[in-house]
Design a protein around this ligand. Sequence first.
Ligand code: IP8
Length: 246
Amino acid sequence: MSLTVLKLGGSVITDKDRPDTLDGEMLDYVADAVGDAQIDDLVLVHGAGSFGHHHASEHGVSKTVGSSDVAAVIDIHGAMETLDQFVLSRLHERDVPAVPVHPFSVASRDSDAELSLPVQQIATMLGEGFVPVLYGDVVVHEGKGVTIVSGDELVTSVARQLDADRVGFCSTVPGVLDEDDAVIPEITSYESVADVLGESESTDVTGGMAGKVAALLELGAPASIFAPDDLTAFLDGENPGTRIDG
Ligand code: IP8
């Protein structure tokens, strides 16, 4: 069996300019592609878009800055659960056997900010024919209350632990772009793109492209970054957008 982990970017499925607003048309479009896919094992992860991020910033919570305020947990997690319900129901309309995995209820960070995400439950869900759906969320963080876990972190954690065969990021950009805004078809080393992306050390925690590429080069499974109109091609086994394989 071959395992695919697919992230649906938050800015793909929500309206970035309006808080707590879905991009219903785009969500239908990606749900159609997932519903039509002939694929063995699939884990889906979605981002927060206009649902999680503004609640997180209102409460001053980020991947590194925590909060012990229960209202922060309830607001951020609640918004993400609402978005997740929309994602699940659009998938169910297409007979995708999608089931929720709520990161806040299963994951945590230790005092070194290391994420712990048990995957036995996800593996068992896959074995029983379900499509587990995770999402960026708050996680309890030793010494800090709660912090944010991004969908990207969940993708890499699941992919690494379950030895995924392919990883896909359905994004608002068609791939990693060079200085002329052309898609770079393949990246096999950071050095080859450092000029375009800058130093990887100075990035991420907020999910910039440089940090994302650096993390994906170390993943051990090929990863593709592509726009929604390439989702069907990716699910058909092609390598649209940028393929990152260290
Ligand atoms: O959209 C962020 O996840 P992302 C999660 O994948 C929250 O970066 C709750 C802001």
